[in-house]
Design a protein around this ligand. Structure first.
Ligand code: ADP
Ligand code: MG
Length: 345
């Protein structure tokens, strides 16, 4: 038997491409299968969109500094974010958990407090799930379901030359929040009498622990009669998502360094950690903001929305580039977590 390491074929995204290439859909109702933020199913009057994400203890979260209530909230928010990325409104979720025997009932109550609080915040219902044993740690898998009018569904693949590239909110804070939490954990491990110093970093830590899905923007778009030409949510970092839009749409993208929104508290934390804020915005991830392309025609309407910043444009010529403040072009590469962590430390 041949044995190929996942890293040899190019990592997680290449693996998903490989699964997708070998998988056919057969039903006329299956409008979009593997390859976007959510699958799209024809439900007659409208489309239903479905997305799943899994969070693993030790990989995606560390229970030594993540409160369970926040974890529950975040598990829902990151799934709702994928629904929003299709320009859809979230409706229901199912939640599956795998538990080790060191988790008490009170901890599960806390986790579900967070889950229910997110359900309230996003006006969705928890309608089911599954519960099982885990030998390693806590696993949470959430599936989110949403709906969208057929003429409003937005894929990664619709970007056209001259569209304006826009992003919601600001970037980089969630990754910096994680750096703060990791640092304080190390300080605590070295001397358990030390109390964590988080007050100065409330903003970035808040963005890490309690990210929000941008469903507010989806309602703004419905109200304003705006349909982005393409959209994706920023889970892995601006660089990775720009490349996804380029690949799916068969276009190129230019991003202006000076326009990438980074809030002051994130700037300050980046400086403290000796990190370039733009590098963090490009490669940090977990911001769960929406990245989209808007036609010139719709851009007039988007200009009135304060939460949306234009950061670049779409080109017919393929290739993704960052336009530096000096005017120089540098290719955008997806570094992802591991590479970035290795390089930045
Ligand atoms: P996101 O970061 O938006 O959650 P992913 O990169 O996880 O997106 O997934 C991209 C696409 O690949 C989605 O359509 C997702 O449903 C699909 N996908 C991911 N993993 C698998 C898998 N193991 N089997 C089938 N489809 C998968
Ligand atoms: Mg996504």
């Amino acid at each position: 038997m041949e044995r190929t390491e996942i890293s040899e074929i190019g990592g997680e995204f290449a693996l998903i491409d490989r699964i997708a290439a070998a998988t056919n859909t057969t039903l006329p109702e299956t409008i979009k299968g593997i390859g976007d933020d959510a699958a799209v199913i024809d439900s007659g009057e409208f489309y239903t969109v479905i997305s799943t994400d899994m969070l693993l203890e030790g990989v995606h979260f560390d229970l030594s500094y993540v409160p369970l209530k926040h974890l529950g909230y975040k598990a829902v928010a990151v799934n709702v974010s994928d629904i929003a990325a299709m320009n859809a409104v979230p409706k229901q979720i199912t939640v599956s958990i795998a538990l080790s025997n060191r988790i008490p009932v009170e901890a599960i109550d806390e986790l579900y407090d967070g889950i229910r609080s997110a359900c309230e915040a996003y006006s969705i219902d928890l309608v089911g799930g599954d519960t099982t044993n885990s030998r390693s740690g806590l696993v949470i898998s959430v599936t989110a379901i949403g709906t969208v009018a057929k003429d409003r569904v937005t894929y990664r693949s619709g970007a056209k030359p001259n569209d304006v590239l826009c992003v919601t909110g600001s970037l980089g804070a969630a990754y910096l929040g994680l750096q703060v939490l990791e640092r304080e954990k190390q300080v605590f491990l070295a001397d358990p009498n030390m109390q964590p110093q988080l007050d100065k970093h409330e903003y970035v830590v808040g963005k890490q622990l309690k990210p929000e899905a941008r469903t507010d923007i989806i309602y703004d778009f419905i109200e304003g009669g705006i349909v982005p030409t393409s959209m994706i949510d920023i889970s892995d970092g601006l660089a990775s998502e720009v490349l996804h839009l380029c690949k799916a749409s068969g276009v190129g993208i230019r991003v202006f360094e000076e326009n990438v929104p980074v809030e002051n508290p994130a700037m300050l934390t980046a400086t403290e950690f000796n990190l370039n804020p733009i590098t963090v915005a490009l490669n940090g991830g977990e911001d769960y903001e929406l990245l989209m392309t808007i036609s010139q025609e719709d851009f007039e309407k988007v200009k009135n929305l304060s939460e949306i910043t234009p950061i670049g444009f779409v080109t017919e010529e393929k290739g993704a580039f960052l336009v530096l403040n000096s005017g120089q072009l540098t290719p955008i590469k997806a570094q992802g977590w591991e590479h970035f962590d290795a390089e930045s430390k």
